[in-house]
Design a protein around this ligand. Structure first.
Ligand code: ADP
Ligand code: ADP
Length: 231
């Protein structure tokens, strides 16, 4: 069952005539983990950000769990309910506690009761190993812990798909593993994931498929085994 179907997606910037996506197609099936690799500036981030309408595009079609993304943003709420996202910078609200960061959207967007939202948040914080820090503020946490809070926050909206945009790039090396372990267990639970990352170990062990982007094109698509044995 295909949950992400991107067909011939093009995006360019009129200002400098820069063609950042030059006809990219990708299908991701339910439960699949796809790792997107490629040089800086090749369009990886732009491409995955089109999946939840953080980036518009000029040509092509994108369907998320059967809902077509329209340029008039008609389906944007429905799409964003399906797609959780974790960024390189954790983007937590610094003046809210960890728990409040995780319950904010469920309460204000999903209209969940506070008690229910907190119960779910506590489960998620336990799952990502941050339960003890629930009352702390983001600034009191390590980068790795903050990123795990960001993952819990995205999961609190019960998305069907999780997008990761270089989630470990801003972290000190000793914190990378705890974030990758969290992503690994999500993958094991059957979450559909698209991850832009340079973490080869993660790609080797966890990805069902690795796709390589270069200059706004998807130039290779292979299993990790094929991909990494292929010089
Ligand atoms: P990657 O994730 O592979 O590093 P990106 O998707 O971030 O690549 O690539 C974005 C490319 O598009 C960069 O080369 C950037 O300079 C260019 N770009 C981003 N925003 C704009 C803009 N508003 N106008 C022109 N070029 C842009
Ligand atoms: P990242 O690679 O971290 O995703 P980018 O460097 O692509 O970020 O873009 C950061 C911001 O700068 C975006 O808002 C993008 O639109 C803008 N930007 C990037 N490159 C250009 C450019 N060449 N001209 C105008 N705006 C740009």
């Amino acid at each position: 069952e295909a949950v992400i179907v991107a067909k011939d997606v093009h995006k360019w910037y009129a200002s400098n005539k820069f063609h950042v996506l030059r006809g990219v197609s990708l299908t991701v099936n339910k439960g699949e983990v796809v790792v997107v690799m490629g040089p800086s500036g090749s369009g990886k981030s732009t491409f995955i950000r089109t999946f939840n309408a953080l980036e518009d595009y000029q040509k092509g079609t994108i369907t998320i769990d059967g809902i077509e993304l329209s340029h008039d943003l008609k389906n944007i709420d429905a799409i964003r309910r399906e797609v959780g996202m974790v960024f390189q910078q954790f983007n937590l609200f610094p003046h809210l506690s960890v728990l409040q960061n995780v319950t904010l959207a469920p309460i204000w967007v999903r209209r969940k009761k506070k008690a229910e939202a907190e119960a779910i948040a506590m489960q998620l914080l336990e799952k990502v190993g941050i339960l003890e820090q629930a009352k702390k503020f983001p600034g009191q946490l390590s980068g790795g812990q903050q990123q795990r809070v960001a993952i819990a926050r995205a999961l609190a909206m019960q998305p069907k798909i999780m997008l990761f945009d270089e989630p470990t790039s801003a972290l000190d090396p000793e914190m990378v593993r705890e974030v990758l372990d969290t992503m690994r267990s999500l993958a094991k639970e059957g979450m559909t994931m698209v991850c832009v990352t340079h973490e080869v170990g993660f790609a080797r062990e966890v990805a069902d498929r690795v796709v390589l982007m270069a200059d706004g094109l998807l130039v290779e698509e292979a299993t990790p085994k094929e991909f990494f044995n292929n010089p």
